[in-house]
Design a protein around this ligand. Sequence first.
Ligand code: BGC
Length: 925
Amino acid sequence: MLRIRGLLLDYEAPECLRGVEKLPNLGWVLESDGRNVRQAAYQWQLSETEDFSSPLHDSGRVESDESAHVPVPETALHACRKYFIRARVWTEQEESDWAQGSFLTGMTNGPWQAKFITAEGENDWINSKGTYLRKTWRIEKPVKEAYVCATALGLYHLYLNGEKVNEEQFLPGWTSYHDHLCYQIWDVTPFLHPDENVLGAHVGAGWYKGMMGFVHERCAYGDRTAFMAQLIIRYQDGTEETVVTDESWLGCASPVTFSEIYDGERYDARLEQTGWNAPGFAPQMGGTRKEQPAAPLLDRLKESYTEDEKKAQRRFAQEYRPADTLWRPAQRVDFPLKALSPQASGRPAVEMALPVREILKTPKGETVLDFGQNLTGHVRFTLRGKAGALAHIRCFETLDAAGNAYFDNLRGALAEIRYICRDDQTVTYDEQFSFQGFRYALIQEWPEEIKKENFCACVIHSQMKETGHFVCSNPLLNQLENNIEWSLRGNFLDIPTDCPQRDERMGWTGDAQIFCRTASFLRNTYAFYRKWLRDVALDQQKTGGGVPHMVPNQLQYFPATQDWLLSQGIHSAAAWADVAVILPWTLYLTYGDIRVLRDQFDSMKAWIDFMRDHAKDYIWNYKLQFGDWVALDAADGSYWGATPNDLTCTAYFAYSTGLFVKICRVLEMEVLAREYEALYSQIADKFQRTFLDDNGVMAVQTQTAHIVALYFHLVPEKGIPGTVEGLKKLLQKENGHLVTGFVGTPYFCHALSQNGCKKEAYDLLLKEDFPSWLYQVKAGATTIWEHWDGLKPDGTMWSPDMNSFNHYAYGAIGEWLYRAAAGLEIDEAQPGYRHAVIAPLTGGDLSWAQGEYDSVYGPVSSHWTRENGKITLTVRVPANASASIILEQGAENPESELRFTRNSQGQWQAETGSGTWTVTYLLNE
Ligand code: BGC
């Protein structure tokens, strides 16, 4: 039977989209128990009513096999409205039923009447307190529907009539605020009631105003938090009313006396005002607060403080000690509304809550909660304490060698929660505006007996559908895969971060670049990365096209001179800045979406031009480079691996330029493609003349030099055998271990397996002693470590200075598990798995392995078993897609319903349409 499993709007279920401003990309996933199913025609309709009695658009029957990128016309959509969409398809033999979904629009053409308002005064820049804002109004007639759009400068929680509207966390996210500020929309019809209604917001400092970056600066984007909301009420009589933020709102300090991303939160429940966000509450009004006239923050710092004071003030927010909790009219804050953009999906939320696995007593006598998993989020606790009693916990990642709580690797981040009790009642607290990266929580002070059941760890990250699974017969490898997943969870909190625990948690571009392909197997990353790529383009150097080391780039607001590292350069490092090209290309491959290439085109081109303009005779290098960051072949105590920057930089210059040529061709820009193809040839030629010997063999004796040259195809045919031999020798020299960093590690196994060294790739992957992926697993890791020697075999740590235990970069090996071990490859000519290339590599001690990816056409998978040299491979190809199945080198006697013939490489290959297919073969190894 033919059916549509589900519609996809921008590659997600329509219901995920709340707040679109124009008609998203349309597609659907076909399902059929038949084989070789190909769509022959489709029809789709758009409607304002669920019964589609008078559709706004009807495509009619369109003869086409397009199912993932169906053309949609420019359609004017009304603001804040639910739309219905449905589609049906035909094959030559069958017809499906209609599949239907709905989505919500945002402020399409609707003008914002709302203003940004704040409950903070001019002197509140010095603190990071929470504030409440509220507005009451009356509803006199029956309501048909109501929607609220809201955002903040800072972070916010939204309430309507005492009920929490947002289930999501960390809204409105972290973007390049002055040019790109997300707003969210909710259907709030069920929250409204007759008579008095109250809209309320709780606002905190967050990334906007709090301290961010290891340069320890605050107030990067502004020195007062603010909130904005527009509530649209449609009545049953056809009339409409809006309730908007303006000076008629009232504001007040909240019980959050301090909240910063790095340092955690302080909450004084004695300052609570029960019912502040519900009808029937009578706010106690206060007169105008006495304010000191204030200059913009940095100037003021310059003028009124001594040097030492300046440092201290800037670095640390003061805890707010309110003189009163009186309400005062909110003040207006100017902010450019053109920056507003909907966050229709992918908002961060609590995904799950983990119980305490064990309560530990450490040798020092500390009481520590162990949640059994390194994660990102907060500790939710339930407690009862007398008025003024303190509950105080500190979160951390790992125990030290002696088994005591270890905080040193958090560096400047306090990561603590202090809760002051109010009145001997049992309460449950969830942190409001901060998060921690932790497995353990040290209980510093607790007002009552510590019981397991009073705590849990809430896991918070951006909502993204799971799309990929890899599982095999080796439990250690399965744990590695699990650790990669957890590092993904931990570092996808609104932006792709390096780590979630210490005083960084920033959008380091290199980490994102390295991990994006792996991430895009595991999760539907489309909305998440599209949003972030916009900030990549916005934060790019306005002239010249350099790409910042981190995005959002809050450093642009501060002089970088105070940090020795950043004073050398805050943008344009090879492998980091290349995210501007590699990430859009990865999304194009994964989803087949050409719009991402169009939208990022200027950004990509500017980056390539930047490299071209700063290269000297095609050798590219520029100011601060991270090189093969934290490689083990670094000199003692250094972060920089042994591979010369000229080499890593020029290799990436070539690689990104090569991708850009392909991108120009996809966009049918042939003239430009030729121009950059010529540039590519020059770079590749220079690379070869500089770093390869006369035989075309890599001359620089590091693993990473060999890996990038091979993987980026910078070695001429004649030099490949010698370069591969060279890499094998360098491996042997390390007794089969890697000593690579951020640049070499992701491609190591690929460079081997793509060059006839499948065995060496598996050996490397499955190494269990130091340094290796499985060494970490055996050492008890539950996430991926930043350093191979994060925890050394003797139990010591490499350094407290930069030692994250939740850094996904080396998790990029996940890509090899999917692309090579399971063999799920994308055909660049028909991306999005429209045509898959399924070429699994059996090996190591694995007796079976299975990889599955839920593509925009449906699940594509491979499963192989190996017994006495006989392999059974079962592949699944989604409906309306096709695949080439290529058997590994050494395969003999394929037996299958499919017709296998030798391809030009001498490998057995068969072509197939959709369905589940099996082939058995013998392996000559
Ligand atoms: C981060 C990295 C980042 C690097 C830049 C570190 O502090 O944690 O992951 O890419 O700096 O070299």
